[in-house]
Design a protein around this ligand. Structure first.
Ligand code: 8HG
Length: 302
């Protein structure tokens, strides 16, 4: 467990002695799109139909706009607080090359995000850049999501399947999705039908996929159009607790080549290489590498 205790206050919670918890590392390491920086130690985000503000004060983390019930029902798991990241970092740091990336992103934690939001967010992420991904998701939330008030401002939850099923392909396109609009439209339909119990759609229940093993989950996600191996790995890792997933995008590929001289081969080969090398904790290794490579803008040959 990576905190000592919680203090329950009036509309906020204090996490005492939060270890391995740096807001910038968590929210800017590429895993999430709905968090915005107020300052280095202050971020506001929307998740699970709530807007919360996190402030780091010395070793404590304050969760504003929350109560004890939400903490135990949502945030404890969302922030992966029951996991001991010192142990993971220690294991990964036996490799002196990976240690450099771990030391750089020492406060990263993998968030356990809402599957419907993450499936659609990572379909939108394909061949896209993070600022544009964030804007598209924000547009979708504004158009179909539930409004939430905080400090006299309006935020919007990511829409539920019931809400998003009303979206037309052209409307999604207009949110900045481009060619991905048809994939989101098709995926939302399939998920909606599976949740309604429509015959023939059983295999699209994303809330039931985590019980499959890592390979089963990887295959099941690729039944949706717009989800290939990389996007499936991101979804598994960020919303289905599959910590051995090793998503390889261009940054992870560059990092692997930079550190390990993994030959310049297919993403699939690098995925196999990474899973083989880092084993059960490959997902964490991937996140330290992604953050390190992107923040340092590493290029092949560096
Ligand atoms: O956290 C991420 N890991 C990996 N491997 N890829 C990611 C993450 N986040 C993220 O947006 N991507 C992908 O990288 C999506 C997009 O193709 C590109 C943006 O830099």
């Amino acid at each position: 467990m990576d905190y000592k205790s919680i203090e329950v206050k009036d509309n906020y919670i204090v996490l005492k002695d939060a270890a391995n918890f740096q807001l910038q590392h968590i929210f800017e390491c590429g895993q999430c799109f709905r968090w915005n920086r107020v300052s280095e130690n202050d971020f506001i985000g929307v998740a699970y139909g709530r807007v919360i503000e996190l402030v780091k004060e010395e070793n404590d983390v304050i969760i504003y706009n929350s109560d004890e019930k939400d903490f135990y029902n949502i945030w404890q798991e969302y922030f992966d607080l029951n996991r001991d990241y010192s142990k993971i970092k220690n294991n990964l740091s036996h490799d002196p090359l990976l240690k450099e990336a771990v030391d750089f992103g020492y406060g990263i934690r993998i968030l356990k995000q809402e599957p419907f939001e993450i499936v659609n967010s990572f379909i939108i992420s394909a061949n896209n850049r993070i600022p544009l991904i964030k804007r598209a998701i924000e547009n979708i939330s504004k158009r179909w999501g539930t409004p939430l008030e905080y400090k006299a401002q309006t935020y919007y939850a990511f829409p539920t399947p019931d809400q998003l099923v009303a979206a037309e392909e052209q409307e999604l396109e207009a949110c900045g999705l481009g060619f991905r609009a048809k994939y989101v439209k098709d995926t939302v339909n399939k998920i909606y039908n599976s949740l309604q119990g429509v015959e023939g759609f059983e295999q699209y229940n994303i809330y039931d996929m985590a019980r499959l093993g890592a390979d089963g989950c990887h295959n099941a996600l690729q039944l949706f159009s717009g989800i290939g191996p990389k996007v499936a790995d991101c979804i598994m890792l960020f919303s289905m607790d599959k910590i051995s997933a090793f998503p390889v995008d261009v940054w992870v590929k560059r990092a692997m080549m930079h550190f390990y001289l993994a030959p310049d081969v297919s993403l699939k080969k690098i995925r196999d290489f990474g899973r083989d090398k880092f084993g059960e904790e490959a997902g964490f290794a991937q996140q330290y590498l992604f953050y390190y490579a992107r923040e340092n803008n590493i290029q092949i040959g560096d």
